[in-house]
Design a protein around this ligand. Structure first.
Ligand SMILES: NC(=O)c1ccc[n+]([C@@H]2O[C@H](COP(=O)([O-])OP(=O)(O)OC[C@H]3O[C@@H](n4cnc5c(N)ncnc54)[C@H](O)[C@@H]3O)[C@@H](O)[C@H]2O)c1
Length: 300
Protein backbone atom coordinates (compact mmCIF):
# COMPACT_ATOMS: atom_id res chain seq x y z
CA UNK A 1 0.00 0.00 0.00
CA UNK A 2 1.00 3.64 -0.49
CA UNK A 3 0.91 5.61 2.73
CA UNK A 4 1.77 9.13 3.84
CA UNK A 5 3.01 9.76 7.39
CA UNK A 6 2.78 13.36 8.58
CA UNK A 7 5.21 14.12 11.38
CA UNK A 8 7.22 11.12 10.21
CA UNK A 9 10.50 12.59 11.47
CA UNK A 10 9.14 12.80 15.01
CA UNK A 11 9.18 10.33 17.86
CA UNK A 12 6.04 8.29 17.05
CA UNK A 13 6.17 9.03 13.32
CA UNK A 14 9.66 7.63 12.81
CA UNK A 15 8.78 4.37 14.56
CA UNK A 16 5.65 4.15 12.44
CA UNK A 17 7.58 4.71 9.20
CA UNK A 18 9.87 1.79 10.08
CA UNK A 19 6.95 -0.50 10.91
CA UNK A 20 5.26 0.34 7.59
CA UNK A 21 8.46 -0.32 5.62
CA UNK A 22 8.95 -3.63 7.45
CA UNK A 23 5.46 -4.58 6.34
CA UNK A 24 6.28 -3.88 2.70
CA UNK A 25 4.44 -0.57 2.29
CA UNK A 26 5.68 2.46 0.40
CA UNK A 27 6.02 5.57 2.56
CA UNK A 28 6.11 9.31 1.99
CA UNK A 29 6.97 11.44 5.01
CA UNK A 30 5.74 15.01 5.41
CA UNK A 31 7.49 17.03 8.10
CA UNK A 32 8.65 20.61 8.64
CA UNK A 33 11.23 19.45 11.19
CA UNK A 34 9.78 21.71 13.89
CA UNK A 35 10.55 19.12 16.57
CA UNK A 36 11.33 16.12 14.36
CA UNK A 37 14.77 15.28 12.99
CA UNK A 38 15.90 13.65 9.77
CA UNK A 39 18.31 11.70 11.92
CA UNK A 40 15.36 9.71 13.32
CA UNK A 41 14.92 8.32 9.80
CA UNK A 42 18.61 7.87 9.00
CA UNK A 43 18.46 4.07 8.79
CA UNK A 44 15.58 4.14 6.27
CA UNK A 45 16.08 7.44 4.46
CA UNK A 46 16.83 5.78 1.12
CA UNK A 47 13.64 3.73 1.29
CA UNK A 48 11.23 6.63 1.77
CA UNK A 49 10.20 9.84 0.05
CA UNK A 50 10.77 12.84 2.30
CA UNK A 51 8.73 15.98 1.65
CA UNK A 52 9.79 18.97 3.72
CA UNK A 53 6.76 21.18 4.36
CA UNK A 54 3.99 22.36 6.59
CA UNK A 55 0.61 20.69 7.10
CA UNK A 56 -0.97 24.16 7.17
CA UNK A 57 -0.18 24.48 3.46
CA UNK A 58 -3.15 22.88 1.66
CA UNK A 59 -1.66 23.19 -1.84
CA UNK A 60 1.53 21.48 -0.72
CA UNK A 61 -0.44 18.59 0.81
CA UNK A 62 -2.71 18.35 -2.23
CA UNK A 63 0.25 17.54 -4.48
CA UNK A 64 1.35 14.68 -2.23
CA UNK A 65 -1.92 13.22 -0.96
CA UNK A 66 -3.29 11.80 -4.20
CA UNK A 67 -3.34 8.20 -5.45
CA UNK A 68 -2.59 6.96 -1.97
CA UNK A 69 -4.22 4.38 0.28
CA UNK A 70 -4.08 6.28 3.53
CA UNK A 71 -2.56 8.94 5.75
CA UNK A 72 -1.17 8.38 9.22
CA UNK A 73 -1.40 11.88 10.65
CA UNK A 74 1.06 12.40 13.52
CA UNK A 75 2.28 15.97 12.91
CA UNK A 76 1.39 18.40 15.66
CA UNK A 77 2.72 20.86 18.18
CA UNK A 78 2.86 18.73 21.28
CA UNK A 79 4.16 20.58 24.34
CA UNK A 80 1.44 21.30 26.91
CA UNK A 81 3.34 24.09 28.72
CA UNK A 82 4.25 25.81 25.43
CA UNK A 83 0.59 25.72 24.33
CA UNK A 84 -0.30 28.23 27.09
CA UNK A 85 2.10 30.75 25.52
CA UNK A 86 1.16 30.09 21.89
CA UNK A 87 -2.48 28.97 21.80
CA UNK A 88 -3.12 30.46 18.34
CA UNK A 89 -0.18 28.72 16.73
CA UNK A 90 -1.23 25.46 18.39
CA UNK A 91 -4.71 25.88 16.97
CA UNK A 92 -3.38 26.70 13.53
CA UNK A 93 -1.10 23.67 13.27
CA UNK A 94 -3.12 21.11 15.21
CA UNK A 95 -6.61 22.04 14.04
CA UNK A 96 -6.33 23.87 10.69
CA UNK A 97 -3.50 21.56 9.60
CA UNK A 98 -5.57 18.52 10.54
CA UNK A 99 -8.62 19.83 8.71
CA UNK A 100 -6.53 20.15 5.53
CA UNK A 101 -5.89 16.42 5.72
CA UNK A 102 -9.55 15.59 6.39
CA UNK A 103 -10.58 17.76 3.41
CA UNK A 104 -8.16 15.91 1.15
CA UNK A 105 -9.36 12.56 2.48
CA UNK A 106 -12.84 13.57 1.40
CA UNK A 107 -11.66 14.79 -2.02
CA UNK A 108 -9.34 11.89 -2.80
CA UNK A 109 -11.11 9.14 -0.88
CA UNK A 110 -8.41 7.79 1.42
CA UNK A 111 -8.56 6.69 5.04
CA UNK A 112 -6.95 8.70 7.85
CA UNK A 113 -5.63 7.30 11.11
CA UNK A 114 -4.50 10.15 13.30
CA UNK A 115 -3.06 10.93 16.72
CA UNK A 116 -5.61 12.20 19.16
CA UNK A 117 -4.71 12.30 22.84
CA UNK A 118 -5.91 11.36 26.30
CA UNK A 119 -5.62 15.09 27.01
CA UNK A 120 -9.11 15.52 25.50
CA UNK A 121 -10.53 14.10 28.74
CA UNK A 122 -9.04 16.61 31.20
CA UNK A 123 -9.46 15.81 34.89
CA UNK A 124 -11.40 12.62 35.41
CA UNK A 125 -12.22 11.23 38.81
CA UNK A 126 -13.15 7.82 37.58
CA UNK A 127 -10.39 5.72 36.08
CA UNK A 128 -10.00 3.72 33.88
CA UNK A 129 -11.52 6.21 31.44
CA UNK A 130 -14.01 4.93 28.87
CA UNK A 131 -14.31 6.68 25.51
CA UNK A 132 -17.87 7.90 25.98
CA UNK A 133 -17.27 10.15 29.03
CA UNK A 134 -17.44 13.93 28.69
CA UNK A 135 -14.35 15.65 27.30
CA UNK A 136 -13.06 18.71 29.17
CA UNK A 137 -9.44 19.48 28.30
CA UNK A 138 -7.58 21.65 30.80
CA UNK A 139 -4.88 23.11 28.53
CA UNK A 140 -4.79 24.67 25.05
CA UNK A 141 -2.98 21.63 23.60
CA UNK A 142 -5.78 19.33 24.79
CA UNK A 143 -8.33 21.77 23.40
CA UNK A 144 -6.76 21.49 19.94
CA UNK A 145 -7.05 17.71 20.13
CA UNK A 146 -10.71 18.05 21.14
CA UNK A 147 -11.35 20.49 18.28
CA UNK A 148 -9.88 17.84 15.95
CA UNK A 149 -12.39 15.35 17.32
CA UNK A 150 -15.23 17.78 16.51
CA UNK A 151 -13.84 17.85 12.96
CA UNK A 152 -13.81 14.04 12.93
CA UNK A 153 -17.49 14.06 13.84
CA UNK A 154 -18.20 16.57 11.03
CA UNK A 155 -16.19 14.76 8.32
CA UNK A 156 -17.36 11.29 9.39
CA UNK A 157 -20.92 12.40 8.68
CA UNK A 158 -19.79 13.19 5.12
CA UNK A 159 -18.54 9.62 4.75
CA UNK A 160 -14.82 10.31 5.30
CA UNK A 161 -12.99 7.39 6.91
CA UNK A 162 -11.20 8.67 10.02
CA UNK A 163 -9.96 6.82 13.07
CA UNK A 164 -8.62 8.88 15.97
CA UNK A 165 -6.34 7.08 18.39
CA UNK A 166 -6.34 8.72 21.79
CA UNK A 167 -2.79 7.99 22.84
CA UNK A 168 -2.05 7.96 26.55
CA UNK A 169 1.53 8.72 27.73
CA UNK A 170 4.06 7.25 25.35
CA UNK A 171 7.56 6.05 26.17
CA UNK A 172 10.30 4.52 24.05
CA UNK A 173 13.52 5.07 22.20
CA UNK A 174 14.04 8.37 20.42
CA UNK A 175 11.88 10.74 22.43
CA UNK A 176 13.54 14.18 22.23
CA UNK A 177 14.56 15.46 25.63
CA UNK A 178 13.42 18.99 24.94
CA UNK A 179 9.87 17.91 24.15
CA UNK A 180 9.84 14.71 26.14
CA UNK A 181 7.57 13.41 28.76
CA UNK A 182 8.50 12.46 32.27
CA UNK A 183 10.11 9.12 31.40
CA UNK A 184 12.79 10.63 29.17
CA UNK A 185 13.42 13.39 31.69
CA UNK A 186 13.80 10.92 34.58
CA UNK A 187 16.06 8.76 32.43
CA UNK A 188 18.25 11.74 31.64
CA UNK A 189 18.67 12.48 35.36
CA UNK A 190 19.34 8.84 36.26
CA UNK A 191 22.02 8.59 33.57
CA UNK A 192 23.77 11.52 35.27
CA UNK A 193 23.40 9.71 38.62
CA UNK A 194 20.93 12.32 39.81
CA UNK A 195 17.52 11.95 41.47
CA UNK A 196 14.37 12.42 39.37
CA UNK A 197 12.57 15.76 39.76
CA UNK A 198 8.84 15.50 40.47
CA UNK A 199 6.54 18.47 39.77
CA UNK A 200 3.89 18.46 42.51
CA UNK A 201 3.56 15.72 45.12
CA UNK A 202 3.88 12.80 42.70
CA UNK A 203 0.31 11.60 43.21
CA UNK A 204 -0.50 12.14 39.51
CA UNK A 205 -1.59 8.86 37.90
CA UNK A 206 -0.43 7.92 34.39
CA UNK A 207 -0.87 5.10 31.91
CA UNK A 208 2.43 4.67 30.04
CA UNK A 209 2.33 2.91 26.69
CA UNK A 210 5.26 1.72 24.60
CA UNK A 211 5.81 3.44 21.25
CA UNK A 212 5.99 0.13 19.33
CA UNK A 213 2.54 -0.77 20.69
CA UNK A 214 1.27 2.65 19.58
CA UNK A 215 2.49 2.22 16.01
CA UNK A 216 1.08 -1.30 15.77
CA UNK A 217 -2.31 0.11 16.81
CA UNK A 218 -1.99 2.60 13.94
CA UNK A 219 -1.35 -0.11 11.37
CA UNK A 220 -4.16 -2.34 12.63
CA UNK A 221 -6.58 0.60 12.66
CA UNK A 222 -5.67 1.46 9.07
CA UNK A 223 -6.14 -2.15 7.92
CA UNK A 224 -9.36 -2.76 9.84
CA UNK A 225 -12.82 -2.64 8.29
CA UNK A 226 -13.80 -0.03 10.84
CA UNK A 227 -13.97 3.38 9.21
CA UNK A 228 -14.91 5.76 11.99
CA UNK A 229 -13.87 5.55 15.60
CA UNK A 230 -12.33 7.54 18.44
CA UNK A 231 -10.57 5.06 20.68
CA UNK A 232 -8.18 4.90 23.64
CA UNK A 233 -4.70 3.51 23.12
CA UNK A 234 -3.05 2.86 26.47
CA UNK A 235 -2.18 -0.16 28.57
CA UNK A 236 -5.18 -0.05 30.89
CA UNK A 237 -2.71 -0.03 33.79
CA UNK A 238 -1.34 2.89 35.74
CA UNK A 239 1.36 4.12 38.09
CA UNK A 240 1.81 7.32 40.14
CA UNK A 241 4.68 9.64 39.29
CA UNK A 242 6.13 9.03 42.77
CA UNK A 243 6.05 5.24 42.20
CA UNK A 244 7.65 5.84 38.82
CA UNK A 245 10.49 7.88 40.34
CA UNK A 246 11.05 5.14 42.93
CA UNK A 247 11.06 2.50 40.21
CA UNK A 248 13.83 4.42 38.40
CA UNK A 249 15.88 4.73 41.59
CA UNK A 250 15.43 1.05 42.43
CA UNK A 251 16.30 -0.29 38.98
CA UNK A 252 19.34 1.97 38.70
CA UNK A 253 20.34 1.18 42.31
CA UNK A 254 20.77 4.87 43.12
CA UNK A 255 20.35 5.38 46.86
CA UNK A 256 18.54 8.69 46.95
CA UNK A 257 15.07 10.24 47.21
CA UNK A 258 13.16 12.09 44.46
CA UNK A 259 13.29 15.91 44.42
CA UNK A 260 9.96 17.76 44.58
CA UNK A 261 9.25 21.03 42.77
CA UNK A 262 6.12 23.16 42.19
CA UNK A 263 3.26 21.56 40.22
CA UNK A 264 3.00 22.34 36.51
CA UNK A 265 0.09 24.32 35.12
CA UNK A 266 -2.34 22.17 33.13
CA UNK A 267 -1.03 18.88 34.49
CA UNK A 268 -3.76 16.22 34.55
CA UNK A 269 -4.34 14.44 37.89
CA UNK A 270 -5.44 10.99 36.80
CA UNK A 271 -5.09 9.31 33.46
CA UNK A 272 -5.61 5.62 32.77
CA UNK A 273 -7.22 4.11 29.70
CA UNK A 274 -9.98 1.60 29.45
CA UNK A 275 -8.79 -0.37 26.42
CA UNK A 276 -11.71 -2.73 25.82
CA UNK A 277 -12.81 -0.87 22.69
CA UNK A 278 -9.34 -0.96 21.08
CA UNK A 279 -8.91 -4.65 21.90
CA UNK A 280 -12.32 -5.58 20.50
CA UNK A 281 -12.06 -3.34 17.43
CA UNK A 282 -8.56 -4.11 16.20
CA UNK A 283 -7.64 -7.30 18.05
CA UNK A 284 -4.80 -5.19 19.50
CA UNK A 285 -3.09 -5.51 22.85
CA UNK A 286 -0.06 -3.72 24.28
CA UNK A 287 2.90 -6.05 24.54
CA UNK A 288 5.69 -4.28 26.39
CA UNK A 289 5.27 -2.93 29.91
CA UNK A 290 7.21 -0.04 31.37
CA UNK A 291 9.19 -1.86 34.08
CA UNK A 292 10.43 -4.41 31.54
CA UNK A 293 11.61 -1.67 29.16
CA UNK A 294 13.19 0.41 31.91
CA UNK A 295 15.17 -2.54 33.21
CA UNK A 296 16.55 -3.13 29.69
CA UNK A 297 17.34 0.56 29.10
CA UNK A 298 18.91 1.36 32.46
CA UNK A 299 21.11 -1.73 32.34
CA UNK A 300 22.44 -0.76 28.89
N1 LIG B 1 4.22 11.46 22.87
C1 LIG B 1 3.11 11.32 23.57
O1 LIG B 1 3.12 10.91 24.74
C2 LIG B 1 1.78 11.65 22.93
C3 LIG B 1 0.61 11.44 23.67
C4 LIG B 1 -0.62 11.73 23.10
C5 LIG B 1 -0.69 12.18 21.78
N2 LIG B 1 0.47 12.40 21.09
C6 LIG B 1 0.36 12.87 19.70
O2 LIG B 1 1.10 12.00 18.88
C7 LIG B 1 1.62 12.69 17.75
C8 LIG B 1 3.11 12.47 17.63
O3 LIG B 1 3.73 12.97 18.81
P1 LIG B 1 5.29 12.79 19.10
O4 LIG B 1 5.44 12.50 20.54
O5 LIG B 1 5.87 11.88 18.09
O6 LIG B 1 5.78 14.30 18.88
P2 LIG B 1 7.02 14.85 18.01
O7 LIG B 1 7.12 16.30 18.35
O8 LIG B 1 8.20 13.99 18.17
O9 LIG B 1 6.47 14.69 16.52
C9 LIG B 1 5.67 15.63 15.87
C10 LIG B 1 6.20 15.79 14.46
O10 LIG B 1 5.36 16.72 13.76
C11 LIG B 1 6.22 17.61 13.03
N3 LIG B 1 5.47 18.85 12.83
C12 LIG B 1 5.12 19.77 13.77
N4 LIG B 1 4.46 20.78 13.21
C13 LIG B 1 4.37 20.51 11.88
C14 LIG B 1 3.81 21.19 10.77
N5 LIG B 1 3.19 22.37 10.91
N6 LIG B 1 3.92 20.62 9.54
C15 LIG B 1 4.56 19.44 9.38
N7 LIG B 1 5.12 18.76 10.39
C16 LIG B 1 5.03 19.28 11.63
C17 LIG B 1 7.43 17.77 13.90
O11 LIG B 1 8.57 18.27 13.23
C18 LIG B 1 7.62 16.36 14.41
O12 LIG B 1 8.43 15.59 13.54
C19 LIG B 1 1.24 14.16 17.97
O13 LIG B 1 0.06 14.43 17.24
C20 LIG B 1 0.96 14.23 19.45
O14 LIG B 1 0.05 15.27 19.76
C21 LIG B 1 1.70 12.13 21.63
Amino acid sequence: MKYVVTGGAGFVGSHLVKLLLNNGHSVTVIDNLHSGKKENLKSVFKQIKFEFGDIRNYEFLEKIMKNIDGVFHQAALTVVQDSFDNPEEYHDVNVNGTENIFKLAQKNNFKVVYASSSSVYGHKNKIPIEENVSRNPINPYGQTKLDDEFLVEKYSKKGVKIIGLRYFNIFGEGQTLQYAGVITKFLDRIKQNKSPIIFGDGSQIRDFIYVEDIVMANLLAMKSNINNLLVNIGTGKSITILELAKMFLEISKIKSEPIFENPLEGDIEKSQADIKLATESFNWKPKKMLNEWLTEIIKK
